[in-house]
Design a protein around this ligand. Sequence first.
Ligand code: ACO
Length: 325
Amino acid sequence: MSVIRSTVLGCGSYLPERVLTNAELATMVDTSDEWIVQRTGICQRHIAAEGEVTSDLAVAAAKAALENAGIDAQDIDTIILATATPDNTFPSAAVTVQEKLGITHGAAFDVHAVCSGFVYAMTTADAYLKTGLSKRCLVIGAETFSRILDWEDRTTCVLFGDGAGAVVLEAQEGEGTLADRGILTAHLRSDGRHKDKLYVDGGPSSTKTVGFLRMEGKEVFKHAVGMITDVIVDAYAATGITSDDLDWFVPHQANKRIIDASAKKLGIAPEKVVTTVQLHGNTSAGSIPLALDTAVRDGRIKKGDLVMLEAMGGGFTWGSVLLRW
Ligand code: ACO
């Protein structure tokens, strides 16, 4: 049976030039390289330059993805940008990206699911492509979390960084089997009862300010592994695929302990896990496409490989996307 598959044509990423190491952070707040590495696996993160905004990061990642895909920006009909740190409250950062890429046709919009944003955006793009609403979709995850961090709060400011990644998806005909390239299954979840465990204490309609990120780290940690494994088990149930069949596991990069515990619980071999959190910190919606692009460019992820993406974040929101690269 012929089906439409949302197939990756290419990917790209962008990191701001400025690197902030743990050692430098230790001069700013009461922390140490040893504490940060032991609890999170993070060694450094990138920080956007003054005046460098989320749409700038997104455009740089998008241009790299378009080049990697070998297509022109004019061939894109839909831009879906996952971000919790848009340039402005409105318009969406996606329309600024559209304008900066010189595209005047089609549609562009933001998806807001914090750290799960890229998985939500990929799933939304998949629905658009499968239903014929779009033929070629640019899916971006881009964040400047440095702008919503309380740089005096050592419990949060050591965890996050800025960055962006993007993929180009195209609607292609598949056989309807698991051998098809493209997105094979996607599963999204949220549960707003947890919204106060990880949030920003400002907003246009409440405080009329941007606010700072606040988090009950232990509570997030407690729920993360269970939620992540649930949506991956959903993907296995929908397809019959198991951890042994996966070529690569590309999780949201929040904390190495969460990544390792999830892989262990699911029986995914450590050598299949793509980990970039040590270099990028948690870049929220940017983290999965940054990790994907890293593993594609260093030759690990190849055409035809079976790749599992997963994320969990504020809301809580969580989800998985299983695709054949
Ligand atoms: N440097 C040094 N000490 C610190 C720091 C720091 N940066 N931050 C906290 N501490 C201290 C605490 O004050 C506490 O001291 P005390 O024992 O004297 O009170 C001690 O370290 C232990 O603090 P805990 O909060 O219990 O440390 P924990 O082992 O839980 O690690 C962490 C904290 C890393 C935040 C962990 O809970 C975690 O990773 N949670 C998941 C949160 C996460 O990854 N969020 C990302 C967003 S959500 C997502 O993307 C999934």
